[in-house]
Every structure is written in C-alpha cells, then in structure tokens.
Design a protein around this ligand. Structure first.
Ligand SMILES: [Zn+2]
Length: 222
C-alpha cells in the first residue's frame, strides 16, 4: 500500500483533525465504539461515514507513523470497520452483563477474533533514536489493535472497571481508574460539566421556589 508520511504522534501539528473523534475512554476499543455517537437512540450519529472518516480515525487514534492513502482504501473496508465496531460493542456489552462475554454471538466473536489475527503495527527505532510504529496496511493493522484490545478487555478483570457514562444522552463506555471506582462521567469536561451546571440550575430554581413559598407564608400571616 502506498502511504504518505506524517510526524508520528505530533498531535499539535495535526491541528483540528486531532480532535475530530472523541478519545480518552481509557482503551482503544472503547474509543473506537464511540464512533457511533448516541448509540441506541433515534439520534445516533455515524462518525465513520466514509473512507476519509475512517482514515482520519486511524490517523488520530492509531499509532502508525505512516498515513494510509485514502485513494487506496476501499469503501468495503469502511463497512467492515463498522461491522467490527458493532461486534466489539456486542462483546463488551456482553462482558458487562450477567452472562459475560461467553453470551455474545458466535458471529461477533469471530469478527473480532479474525481482526485480531491480522498483523498489528510493529515498533522500530529510527535513525534519530525515536520510536516509530509501522504497518504495511495501517488501516487493517490499527483495527487489529482495536480487536486485540477488545479481546484483552473482555477476558480480563479490566472489564470490571468499565462504566457507562451517567449522562443519559451520552451512553459512552469508559474505564474508571479512580481509586474508589465511582467515576460517573466519560469526561468531566463535557458530560460531568453539563451535569454540574444542571445541578446548580436545579438548586437555584429550588432556592427560588422555597423563597417564594416563604414569602407567601409571610404574606399569609400579615
Ligand atoms: Zn459522557
């Protein structure tokens, strides 16, 4: 596959593209399944809509130093990536449920297992002494990392730390690495902040209602 180069891991140089997709769930597989935003609702948004979107996710979230050439990525790879994403989601959802990952479908396990069997990016030391991750096919190799991460997650105690964001419109899954294990939101900057503001607004409204009630009481006594 023909590839174009970019500075590895240099998020600042990637500008707006670096923040196109949500990251920070704590696992690559969890970040990947967030590319279907508002999953399970009527307002679900497909973020992996086409080849450029898939390539952009690989560039932003994957480790490879070489970018895939969008002209060489087939539309069927986008469809397959979305199928893999839904299979990963099914395995993780099953892993969080009472039946465990064993209750996931054979088809989904096969999809994930097959993607995990594809060669993953390999590390190299470049002449300047820097670490470079390379792959002949950065798309398939990065999706292999996603699948391997999912397999590791659902078969290890790490699954016990996976939570669903408390924001009812978010639904994102994330790893709760807090010591007490009681983190509620996928991100304090977005969902946590929204909840905090909503609580402040409700308290203010309740305070106003209480004051109005007291004022009415005073009027009644007068
Ligand atoms: Zn959230």
């Amino acid at each position: 596959m023909t590839v174009t180069t970019r500075a590895a891991g240099d998020a600042a140089d990637r500008g707006a593209e670096a923040v196109r997709f949500r990251e920070g769930a704590g696992r690559l597989s969890l970040d990947f399944i967030r590319t279907l935003r508002y999953r399970g609702t009527l307002g679900a948004v497909e973020e992996l809509a086409d080849v450029p979107a898939l390539v952009a996710w690989i560039v932003q979230c994957g480790p490879c130093a070489l970018e895939p050439d969008p002209a060489l990525v087939r539309p069927t790879e986008v469809r397959d990536a979305r199928s893999l994403r839904e299979a990963v989601h099914e395995l993780i959802a099953a892993g969080l449920g009472p039946g465990g990952v064993a209750s996931s479908s054979f088809l989904s396990r096969e999809l994930v297992n097959r993607a995990a069997a594809v060669p993953a990016p390999t590390p190299r030391v470049d002449p300047s002494g820097a670490l470079l991750w390379i792959a002949a096919d950065p798309v398939a190799a990065t999706l292999s990392l996603v699948a391997r991460d999912a397999v590791d997650l659902v078969t290890s105690p790490a699954i016990l730390r996976v939570r669903e964001c408390a924001d009812p419109t978010c639904g994102a899954l994330f790893v709760d690495n807090s010591r007490p294990g009681n983190r509620r939101w996928c991100s304090m900057g977005a969902c946590g902040n929204r909840a905090k503001k909503s609580t402040i607004r409700k308290k203010a409204a309740q305070g106003n209602a209480d004051k109005a009630e007291r004022d009415r009481g005073k009027d009644g006594r007068a």
